[in-house]
Write a protein that binds this ligand. Structure first.
Ligand code: SAM
Ligand code: DTB
Ligand code: SF4
Length: 323
């Protein structure tokens, strides 16, 4: 049964979080934190709905950026081979099968620092054609100018994903080829164009609790919260510099989901990369902590994700309905 959702006053949504308050939430006993997150979740969302998006890498590998977590950076020897932008017909085949499998949104990723202006007509055609299948569309193509954001918006792109990845303080330890400010500028361009914003980060890169709090504070204090907040658990890929970083305690990952839910009550919080290494029980705790979106389908961009059948079985066991 779907529970009734109260429509709370927008004034309850804050944009003035202090770092000490957020760190305090991280230090709250696990049961209290998850309870608070679940209470918040139920005020704004049906308790048992999970939104499902399918990802496709439309331009893989050979990326000039040096993000230390990423298998697609040309700086690291990860065995990912560089391809050019996929053709629209090939993309449509994948989008149709994602729709058939039950996805409501199709997210397309490109291993670019930013798209070239000459790529924009092809990208606009891809958006239009995927949308015509009745799917919501999302793209993640790197940095965007105002004009590029406008072009994608006019083509009908619903969401743009661009992650801040971590706190401003820790950022320099992970990426040197573009700044935190560059990321924030792209996010402003996307917001101004009228597209919905998908923005989150990665847990498990060796960051401190303070860095997790800092990342969520940046997101929660934006003038408008991102509509979608992906929280990725680092997928440690052979050949990347972060392959050997100590794994996070899964409860600390779940705490991050809970804090994101409390800070951004109306946003979809996505349990993103890293589910392949998580038990069913850990994923169920993520949903209890307020995650209400996942990537669905057996591949993320270049790495694995649970098979759709496995997810269907888990949702049936939990009484979760997908949207
Ligand atoms: N090249 C574009 C960019 O970086 O903006 C778009 C694609 S990029 C792969 C999208 C996001 O995927 C990154 O910002 C990062 O948060 C996430 N990501 C990449 N590699 C990951 C990994 N190994 N584990 C978890 N998340 C990862
Ligand atoms: C996001 O936050 N996570 C997705 C999506 N946005 C583009 C990407 C995860 C990538 C994991 C590594 C890979 O498959 O290459
Ligand atoms: Fe390139 Fe994006 Fe990977 Fe960074 S995260 S190396 S920008 S594909």
């Amino acid at each position: 049964m779907v529970s009734r959702v109260k429509k709370p006053d927008d004034k309850a949504i804050r944009h003035d979080w202090q770092l000490a308050e957020i760190t305090g939430l991280f230090l709250t006993p696990f049961n209290d934190l998850v309870f608070l997150a679940q209470e918040t979740h139920r005020r704004y969302f049906p308790a048992n709905h999970v939104q499902v998006s399918t990802l496709l890498s439309i331009k893989t590998g050979g990326c000039p950026e040096d993000c230390k977590y990423c298998p697609q950076s040309s700086a690291y020897d990860t065995g990912v081979k560089a391809d050019k932008l996929m053709g629209v017909e090939e993309i449509l085949v994948e989008a149709e099968s994602a729709k058939k499998a039950g996805a409501s949104r199709f997210c397309m990723g490109a291993a670019w620092r930013s798209p070239k202006d000459r790529d924009m007509p092809a990208l606009a055609t891809i958006v239009k054609r995927v949308k015509s299948l009745g799917l919501e569309t999302c793209m993640t193509l790197g940095m965007l100018t105002k004009d590029q954001s406008q072009t994608l918006k006019e083509a009908g792109l619903d969401y743009y994903n661009h992650n801040i990845d971590t706190s401003e303080d820790f950022y320099g330890k992970i990426i040197s080829t573009r700044t935190y400010q560059d990321r924030l500028e792209t996010l402003e361009n996307v917001r101004e164009s009228g597209m919905k914003v998908c923005c989150g980060g990665i847990i498990g890169m060796g960051e401190s609790v303070g860095d997790r709090a800092g990342m969520l504070m940046t997101l929660a204090n934006m003038p408008e919260h991102p509509e979608s907040v992906p929280i990725n658990l680092l997928v440690q890929v052979e050949g990347t510099p972060l392959k050997t970083v100590a794994e996070v305690d899964i409860f600390d990952f779940i705490r991050t989901i809970a804090v994101a839910r409390i800070l951004m009550p109306k946003s979809y919080v996505r349990l993103s990369a890293g589910r392949e290494d998580m038990s069913d029980e850990a994923q169920a705790l993520c949903f209890l902590a307020g995650a209400n979106s996942i990537f669905y389908g057996e591949k993320l961009l270049t790495t694995g994700n649970p098979a759709a059948d496995e997810d269907k079985r888990l949702f049936a066991r939990l009484g979760v309905q997908t949207i």
